[in-house]
Unconditional design. Structure first.
Length: 166
C-alpha cells in the first residue's frame, strides 16, 4: 500500500462529511500498514469546535491502541492540518503526516505555521504534502460552490415581495 491508497480512504471520509453538511475533510491513521481508524469532520453535527477529523482520529486511535503516544503511526488527511490539529499531532507523537491540499488560510503544517516540523517543540513529524492534491482540493471546491449556491437561494427566499429587504 502506498500514500495514494490511504489518501483515497481519507477522501472517502471527506465525502461522508460533505454528505452531512460538514467541511469535507477526512483522516486515516495507519500503524504498520494497517488502518487503525478513520474519521471526518463533525463540528456541525456535534456542535463542537474541536471535532476536526484529525482530532477525532487521534482520540479514537489512542483508545483503540490503549496509548496516547502514537509513535510509528502515519496520519493521512485530505487538507493541511490547522494549528489546533497540528498541536494534537505533535502532542500525540505521530511520526509522519501526509496531506492532500494546502490550507492557505489556516495551515498549521507548512502554509502559514510550521508547527509539526518545528524543532523547538518536543516532537517533530515528517510532513509530506500534495498527495492526491487535485482530488482533495476538488472535493473542497465543490463543497463550497454548493454551499454558496444554497446560501444564495436561502437569501433570495428571505426577501419579501415588497422589496423592503433589498
Amino acid at each position: 500500500m502506498d500514500d495514494r491508497y490511504y489518501m483515497q480512504l481519507a477522501l472517502d471520509e471527506a465525502r461522508k462529511a460533505a454528505e452531512l453538511g460538514e467541511i469535507p475533510i477526512g483522516a486515516v491513521l495507519v500503524h504498520d500498514g494497517e488502518v487503525v481508524c478513520r474519521a471526518h469532520n463533525m463540528r456541525e453535527t456535534w456542535q463542537s469546535a474541536t471535532a476536526h477529523a484529525e482530532v477525532i482520529v487521534i482520540e479514537e486511535a489512542c483508545k483503540k491502541l490503549a496509548r496516547w503516544r502514537l509513535s510509528g503511526c502515519t496520519l493521512y488527511v485530505t487538507v493541511e492540518p490547522c494549528p489546533m490539529c497540528s498541536g494534537a499531532i505533535v502532542n500525540s507523537r505521530i511520526d509522519r503526516v501526509v496531506y492532500g491540499c494546502p490550507d492557505v488560510k489556516a495551515g498549521g503544517a507548512e502554509s502559514i505555521f510550521n508547527i509539526i516540523t518545528n524543532p523547538n517543540l518536543n516532537h517533530c513529524a515528517e510532513v509530506v504534502s500534495g498527495v492526491c492534491e487535485e482530488e482533495c482540493a476538488g472535493v473542497m471546491k465543490e463543497f463550497f460552490k454548493r454551499r454558496r449556491k444554497e446560501n444564495k437561494i436561502k437569501k433570495q427566499e428571505q426577501k419579501c415581495d415588497c422589496g423592503c429587504n433589498e
